[in-house]
Write a protein that binds this ligand. Structure first.
Ligand code: C2E
Ligand code: MG
Ligand code: MG
Ligand code: MG
Length: 279
């Protein structure tokens, strides 16, 4: 068929790409106005101590409530925001909002915020962070920023300096999605991380797959040797949790303990009266 109409496939292909690009541009333009139009929202997911079961903090996760398209997942729009540089403004909004909201909670639970490579690379990042902490009166010790390997790879010297300055302020740094990159081991040794978050891909059915189990065990040994606490992401079933408990993983996060929730629910969990419920 394609041979009978030379060029047809090609034309179709091009117009399909055009359409996709147009869609992306429209979405990106919408995203530029999302914050000022009040379409952005943070959801919060519990992080639990494995030994006690107690909730020790929340991770802030960005949600975009698009007027026509409904709720759009961050895995759809964060890459777009990164490519366009818009992530710097979005990230600033996220940091301000998470710190402001967490500062209102009764109990001083931890608050983890994802920071993308472009944000960390900004010369003004540390200053912005310090301004936000002062403005919101959030104790720096409650804040943890989550970065991935991608933040470190491009300019390692710069990343190392920034990380030291952040930790000097009392803010902690977690390595997110551990195991999905390619040079994680060297980085753990060379960079000052306060937590390792094992990617959920390794946790899924870890009790059923010996290769995953081996990787998780090795990571826990590594964390133990380097004295860096380890959190397992994406715990969904009791069998995964039993495995992690047996292997002495310190922290967990996942649907088994709770899905990401709107701020009112998080605040209710973080109020004094609910202490019994969380643990
Ligand atoms: P992440 O930082 O690794 O966040 C964990 C993701 O796993 C979240 O997806 C969370 O909802 C999901 N998750 C948690 N527990 C479970 C579980 O038991 N099962 C399954 N299937 N999933 C679970 P979400 O909220 O869609 O976010 C996806 C990614 O988007 C995040 O991965 C992070 O890389 C990025 N992201 C989210 N919010 C922000 C933000 O404010 N700033 C930046 N730069 N990136 C963000
Ligand atoms: Mg994260
Ligand atoms: Mg992750
Ligand atoms: Mg991720």
């Amino acid at each position: 068929r394609a041979k009978a109409t030379p060029g047809f496939d090609c034309i179709f292909y091009n117009s399909e790409i055009d359409r996709q690009n147009r869609d992306r541009l429209v979405l990106l333009n919408d995203l530029r106005h999302a914050a000022s139009r009040g379409e952005l929202e943070l959801y919060y997911q519990l992080q639990n101590d494995v030994c006690t079961g107690a909730g020790v903090g929340f991770e802030a996760l960005l949600r975009w409530n698009h007027p026509d398209r409904g709720r759009i997942s961050p895995s759809e729009f964060i890459p777009l925001a990164e490519e366009s540089g818009l992530i710097r403004d979005l990230g600033l909004w996220v940091m301000k909002t998470a710190c402001r909201e967490a500062a209102r909670w009764d109990r001083p639970l931890g608050i983890a915020v994802n920071v993308s490579p472009q944000q960390l690379a900004q010369p003004s990042f540390v200053e912005q962070l310090s301004d936000i902490l002062i403005e919101t009166a959030l104790a720096p010790e409650r804040l943890e920023i989550e970065i991935t390997e991608a933040s470190i790879i491009d300019d390692q010297d710069h990343a190392l300096k920034i990380m030291h300055r952040i930790r000097k302020m009392g803010v902690r740094i977690a390595m997110d999605d551990f195991g999905t990159g390619f040079s994680s081991l060297a980085m753990l040794q060379a960079f000052p991380f306060d937590k390792i978050k094992i990617d959920q891909g390794f946790i899924r059915d870890v009790h059923l797959f010996s290769e995953r189990a081996a990787i998780v065990r090795a990571t826990l040994l590594l964390g133990n040797a380097l004295k860096i606490p380890v959190l397992a992401e994406g715990v969904e079933v009791a069998n995964e949790l039993s495995f992690l408990r047996r292997e002495r993983c310190q922290f967990v996060q996942g649907f088994f303990f709770g899905k990401p929730m709107p701020v009112e629910e998080a605040r209710a969990l973080a109020c004094d009266a609910s202490e019994a419920k969380v643990s």
